[in-house]
Design a protein around this ligand. Structure first.
Ligand code: DGL
Length: 240
């Protein structure tokens, strides 16, 4: 293999959610080769027992590695919560990048001292989220909500923006989003963390519902920067 060969990055999620991360990576490194695996046969992951998510995550990573991917992006908060430790032990030779709710930046940005987190049950009940919360959000109140409905809406849109939907459909999505976010805003949250990769796909509606009342934190760009660094590290290692 030539010293400057491309490093293919493989992304997986239960469905279209991981596209939010893939798009951010493509914006940063447009020419880097990628593979995307949407495990729609087993979606959604959000309410599966963690052992099941570990098994599916390993199968997804195995498939991407067999297609030549040298960096694996676990583009799903639920899979990261359940399986990232397992994956790193299973293939210590492969770099895995995960996604977790951005509680730390949210706690730093909140002025009211109340942070809202939207995620799946699997993420909110996982060790990773609870450790991060205990470590970085001890001075704020975290109000969390399971928002499986957002996963369903994002899947129905198949990766398109709600702005591309028919007006009546967009209005319906707006009501679904409002019903979930309004209680967090009413509890005083001035920062809303999108803790599931499907949620940024509904961003125009989420931002509209939050309006001036709360800032929305989408971790996609931060994760993309991490992916870019990891790809560059692998390239550097190969050059040696
Ligand atoms: N996109 C996924 C996440 O980030 C999970 C959605 C699901 O399958 O429930 O958690």
């Amino acid at each position: 293999m030539s010293a400057d060969a491309e490093i293919k990055a493989g992304f997986f999620d239960s469905g279209v959610g991981g596209l939010s991360i893939l798009r951010a990576v493509k914006a940063l490194c447009p020419d880097n080769p990628v593979e995307y695996l949407a495990d729609t046969a087993n979606a959604p992951y959000g309410n599966r027992p963690p052992e099941g998510v570990v098994r599916l995550s390993e199968a997804n990573a195995r498939e991407l590695i067999s297609r030549g991917c040298e960096v694996i992006v676990v583009a799903c908060n639920t899979a990261t919560a359940a399986a990232i430790d397992h994956l790193r032990k299973w293939r210590p030779d492969v770099p895995f990048v995960g996604v977790e709710p951005a509680v730390k930046p949210a706690a730093l940005r909140s002025k009211t001292g109340v942070v809202g987190v939207l995620a799946t049950a699997g993420t909110l009940h996982g060790r990773l989220f609870n450790e991060t919360k205990a470590r970085f959000a001890k001075d704020v109140t975290v109000v969390a909500a399971v928002a499986d409905e957002f996963v369903e809406e994002a899947e129905k849109l198949a990766g398109a923006s709600p702005d591309e939907a028919l007006p009546s459909e967009r209005e319906r999505i707006h009501s679904v989003v409002k019903a979930k976010i309004e209680p967090l805003l009413n509890a005083g949250a001035d920062v809303i963390v999108l803790g599931c990769t499907h949620f940024p796909l509904l961003m125009p509606v989420i931002a509209e519902v939050c309006g001036e009342r709360a800032e929305v934190i989408d971790p996609s760009e931060a994760v993309a920067r991490r992916v870019k660094n990891v790809i560059e590290d692998v390239k550097r290692r190969k050059r040696k």
